[in-house]
Design a protein around this ligand. Structure first.
Ligand code: PMP
Length: 396
């Protein structure tokens, strides 16, 4: 076999990019071992049957050929309307490219912002695919650590210090994995650095429908930021449509025109019947999005209640998204060691904080994604495990 490109071989720098424990849990499940999976960000409910009915209707009525590469006019209009309502800006369909999920949007956005070898900033802890996505686009990821003591809000001074030679900055609020929703001060700080260093800001807002406290502020709505912001969105989280692969990039018209050109030469668009289903989903309004998000708020409360009754595990209450980050350092274990032992001893799978960079070492990320009763049992096991190991640590 001829040698593969350095770019593809170096995508995850030879590691598993943080998915090791998740894959191990999946192997146990395949081998018939029941594992309570609190790993990936996927709802315990499936896509609403009414959305699937529309998908079926659209496919049967013939929307199975090549669809318009930028997205159907109607879906781009609906996404533009959602973006306008959330931001107060005036989006038109020409500001929107429909993509196969937020993931493809992140890849395309970095292709648009960065030339090969350019530095792309990202904030650590980060969603596990970010560095590989940046490398896939030929750019060089440069993580900037946000600190647990700041509630994982990035500091402008740290961003500024890292901005030399950078072309882009990837931000994510509400944040996966930390649950942080960026404050006005944080956003203003990011905007100042973007202005000073002339950066593209790639703002991943796929969790914008899951905000538990504070308020989601679309980054593009900050003063002067629209012209340098590429906003990434998706129906995966807001409508439990992870498998439909439907997302978007929104930004200045000229950038979107070039991104449409890139789509022509990469994805060639998104299936028309999926887009019609997405349009139908958006037409159901914000109430449906609130209903999809509601279980995560409930389970967040279940975790916070448990935390209040013990001394071992700590957390910054998540302000958004479908996860809780727990600080496990009082057990004397790393996030990885805790996750491995929890899986082996209790058959509960979580993501080690180390999967998300350096800043979340000594933490685990718990996805709020099992039905309430099962989730309660998983928490019983998790907290008992932590208490047991903290006790052992105190004795040793
Ligand atoms: N961004 C973040 C922060 C995510 O957590 C995810 C999925 N877990 C994505 C983007 C990608 O989502 P999708 O491609 O399903 O839209």
């Amino acid at each position: 076999m001829p040698t593969l490109s350095t770019r593809i071989q170096g995508l995850t720098e030879g590691g598993d990019d943080g998915w090791g424990l998740f894959l191990k849990a999946r192997q146990m499940v395949a081998a018939g071992i029941p594992v309570m999976e609190l790993t990936i960000g996927e709802h315990d409910v499936r896509t609403d049957p009414a959305i699937l009915d529309e998908m079926h209707r659209a496919a049967r009525s013939g929307h199975t050929g090549y669809a318009a590469v930028p997205g159907t006019r109607a879906l781009r209009e609906a996404v533009a309307a959602r973006l306008s309502a959330g931001s107060g800006l005036d989006y038109t369909p020409d500001n929107v490219l429909i993509t196969p999920g937020g993931q493809a949007a992140l890849f395309a956005a970095h292709n648009a912002a960065c030339d090969p070898g350019d530095v792309a900033l990202l904030i650590d802890p980060y969603y596990a695919t970010y560095p590989g996505t940046i490398r896939g686009a030929g750019a060089v990821p440069r993580p900037v650590q946000a600190r647990p003591e700041d509630g994982f809000q990035p500091r402008a001074a740290d961003l500024r210090a890292a901005s030399d030679g950078a072309r882009s900055l990837l931000i994510n609020s509400p944040n996966n994995p930390t649950g942080a929703v960026y404050t006005e001060a944080t956003l203003q700080g990011i905007a100042a650095v973007a202005r000073e260093a002339d950066l593209w800001v790639i703002s991943d807002e796929v969790y914008d429908s899951q905000v538990w406290s504070g308020q989601h502020r679309p980054f593009a709505a900050l003063p002067d930021m629209f012209a340098r912001t590429l906003t990434v969105g998706s129906l995966s989280k807001s409508h439990a449509m992870t498998g439909s692969r439907l997302g978007w990039i929104a930004g200045p018209e000229a950038a979107i025109a070039d991104l449409v050109n890139l789509a022509t030469h990469t994805t060639y668009g998104v299936p028309g019947f999926i887009q019609d289903a997405g349009l139908f989903a958006l037409q159901q309004g914000a109430q449906v999005e609130r209903a999809v998000a509601a279980p995560f708020l409930r389970r967040r409360a279940m975790v916070l209640e448990r935390l209040a009754g013990q001394q071992v595990l700590r957390a910054i209450p998540p302000e958004g998204a479908m996860y809780v980050m727990l600080d496990v350092r009082a057990t004397g274990m790393s996030g990885e060691a805790f996750g491995e032992a929890l899986l082996a001893e209790e058959h509960v799978a979580v993501m080690p904080g180390e999967s998300f960079g350096q800043a979340a070492a000594g933490h685990i990320r718990v996805a709020l994604t099992l039905p309430d009763e099962v989730f309660a049992t998983a928490l019983d096991r998790l907290f008992a495990f932590a208490a047991r190991h903290a006790g052992a640590q105190a004795l040793s």
